[in-house]
Design a binder for this molecule. Structure first.
Ligand code: OSB
Ligand code: MG
Length: 374
């Protein structure tokens, strides 16, 4: 495949409602979309960075800079036999996994279209339907949260994850657990606690949670290994895991028993596939995390979730939970059993609505290969 052109767009999309985590509240999303033309076919990827560096160190702005000033000028006109060769092309650029992932995943979409297969199949995915959960932002009070949980369960979702932070944690989880004693329930702290909170976090053992996601430092596998030995609840790492090496470190140190795989955080489909395989070989369950994606990122998450290591419901849910209008058609829908049917058409399997993308675009940058031999 020759990388013939790259179009980078920043689109602005407003979530239906503000989403609150321990690190802040977001409603106005600034999303980067990457369109790569390879051998005449357009593939789409999404950069899943947040607007501020409060989840990890990347932002929409840093990804714009890294793609515009380093990735795109370097890879334009180059050839790769497969999308899985892309990471080697940009390995000299340190970190910036989310920026890289946006470009790599667009190439995967292009390769799947050129091969005439759904992206899920090109990746080696086996399921035709994926299991879905939801991630619920922090609410005003436990009552409001219980009402939201009830609504999501009515829609069929198979697992409920509650965002927590100090002061808005124990009572909120207790209220939900009391109302729904047997649902699959988990919590996500986004690094809001420290080892000094061990006693407090141990109290969550009574809720029989499926997992507690990223309670401690965003880059601190070591402290999680200390905590995991002192609580019964399985720790799941999110922020700490940037590559398969991190996952293996965490598993060996017993810092977690479950791994959240996010395409952006690990740098794209190639590394995500390697990571789920490494976890599967060791009997460690993985699931697909979400980053409040537009339809493009969501489509990639769906394809990835069909790989055999993804044995727990992910944070991949219906388009209309997030957006009044998504940028793909059909929109992503969830069955009454809390599953998403995996598309069977080539590529990501959804059409990007170009006119809508154009309307939402606030900035654009593009690169074209020179003709001749490059
Ligand atoms: O930690 O999983 C997280 C959203 C933004 C940043 C981090 C996280 C999240 C979510 C939302 O939990 C998942 C989703 O519904 O897309
Ligand atoms: Mg998380």
């Amino acid at each position: 495949m020759k990388i013939e052109s790259i179009v980078l767009r920043e689109v602005h999309m407003q979530l239906k409602a503000p989403f609150e985590t321990s690190f802040g509240t977001v409603q106005d999303r600034r999303i980067l979309l990457v369109e790569v033309v390879a051998d005449g076919v357009s593939g789409w990827g999404e950069v899943t960075a947040t607007e501020s560096p409060f989840y990890n160190s990347e932002t929409t702005g840093t990804a714009w800079h890294i793609i515009s000033d380093f990735i795109a000028p370097f890879v334009i006109g180059k050839r790769v036999a497969k999308a899985s060769d892309f990471p080697a092309l940009v390995t000299h650029i340190r970190g910036h996994e989310m920026a890289k992932s946006g470009v790599e995943n667009a190439l995967w979409d292009a390769e799947a279209q050129l091969t005439g297969v759904p992206l899920s199949k090109l990746l080696g995915g086996t399921s035709e339907e994926i299991a879905c959960g939801v991630s619920l932002g922090i609410r005003e009070n436990p009552r409001a949260l219980v009402m939201r949980v009830e609504e999501e369960l009515r829609s069929g979702y198979q697992r409920i994850k509650l965002k927590i932070k100090p002061g808005k944690d124990y009572e909120f989880v207790a209220a939900v657990r009391k109302e729904f004693p047997s649902i699959r329930l988990s919590v996500d702290a986004n690094s809001a606690y420290t080892l000094a909170d061990t006693e407090h976090l141990r109290r969550f053992d009574e809720f029989n949670l499926l997992m507690m996601e990223q309670p401690l430092g965003w880059d601190d596998i070591y402290s999680h290994s200390k905590l995991q030995k002192q609580i019964h609840t399985a720790i799941c790492l999110d922020e700490c895991i940037h590559n398969t090496g991190d996952a293996l470190t965490a598993i060996e140190l017993e810092a977690c028993r479950i791994v959240n795989v996010k395409l952006g955080r690990v740098g794209g489909h190639t590394e995500a596939r390697r990571m789920q395989e490494a976890c599967r070989e060791r009997g460690v369950p993985v699931w697909c995390g979400g980053m409040l994606e537009s339809g493009v990122g969501r489509a990639h998450n769906i394809a990835m979730s069909t790989l055999p290591g993804f044995v727990l419901p992910g944070d991949v849910s219906a388009s209309l939970r997030y957006w009044n209008e998504d940028i793909i058609e059909p929109v992503v829908e969830v069955t009454s059993n809390g599953t998403i049917r995996v598309p069977k058409t080539p590529g990501i399997g959804y059409n990007v609505i170009r006119d809508r993308v154009e309307e939402l675009t606030v900035s654009r940058n593009q690169w074209h290969a020179k003709h001749a031999a490059d």
